[in-house]
Design a protein around this ligand. Sequence first.
Ligand code: 2AM
Ligand code: CA
Length: 262
Amino acid sequence: MANWTKIDQTVKRWIQEAGTNIRASFTNSLTIQTKSNPNDLVTNVDQETERFFIENIRSHFPDHRILGEEGQGDQIKSLDGVIWMIDPIDGTMNFVHQQRNFAISIGIYEDGIGQLGYIYDIVHDELYHARKGHGAWMNDTPLQKLEQVPVETAILGISATWLINNRHFDQNKLIQLAKDVRGVRSYGSAALELAYVASGRLSAYITMRNAPWDFAGGKMIVEEAGGIVSTISGEDIDMLSINPVFAAAPGLYEDILKKYLS
Ligand code: 2AM
Ligand code: CA
């Protein structure tokens, strides 16, 4: 049996160390490359941070497997055993252009069930974390259980990408939702947007394309805060694939699903 208390203490130490290194990198020049398209960025700091976690995990927990965005982990085809899902920098475009609104995101799953989740906003020194069955915190402060929010006073996190013509979803339904809520915000980091749902800064978050490393940590944290995370049609998220992701406080979740997403 995995010793989750020990793993939790160890991850938090590594996250602080990685955060210190990333903060220090602000004064160095970045090596920026593109991946699938000219706007899909990766830097030497993303790669070095992923390597830092992978080397530490391999030496401390050799029987655990790793799914990392930058591809230095394992080829993961099943959810058996303990799997670390790591995005060393979620919001790389923000990291490169703004030096804010990015985060380290880690979800640790056992046989497909989330056990530990971490989202570290390095610039604001805000660590969102959760442990299955124990609740969620921002630094040392427990997150309050999410309360029902009506659509009219909700703050929705969504990228403008999904409010213009796109091949994933009828934008007119989302435009109506954007009109009906109190406000719309877009941060460019799925991990942070999920952390904001968990902490109530956002009431809901919708995206059409997220990878497991984008949402693995956030899903755990939202659920431990009493929120709901699913695909946009209300199905369970597939932890091995790209998914559309919908996260919200209870009540609002059902209202948005029924009126705007079906
Ligand atoms: P990233 O910064 O780690 O690439 C907004 O762009 C959010 O969506 C970010 O969390 C970003 O993660 C993620 N994202 C960007 N392009 C993506 C893609 N093609 N597939 C999955 N997630 C993506
Ligand atoms: Ca990333």
